[in-house]
Write a protein of this length. Structure first.
Length: 71
């Protein structure tokens, strides 16, 4: 299961709480309040799904092409 941004060690549970606190609804808005996803960017599709669905644990996505995940 994928549960975090591995580069910055931020769990999706943490990111979800920060998003809720600041009413952030997009990856870019959330990045204004917490640092994550700036290195490899592999967490971006998962964070987008988290913001859309509220889930914080994900099966591995076969492709991490961000264009496949809409906000």
């Amino acid at each position: 299961m994928v549960t975090r941004c591995i580069c910055f060690k931020k769990t999706f549970v943490e990111l979800k709480a920060i998003a809720k606190k600041h009413n952030a609804t997009s990856l870019e808005e959330l990045q204004k309040f917490v640092r994550f996803g700036d290195n490899c960017k592999r967490c971006h599709p998962y964070v987008k799904l988290m913001l859309k669905t509220g889930q914080t644990e994900f099966e591995l996505i076969a492709s991490t092409d961000e264009s496949e995940v809409t906000e």
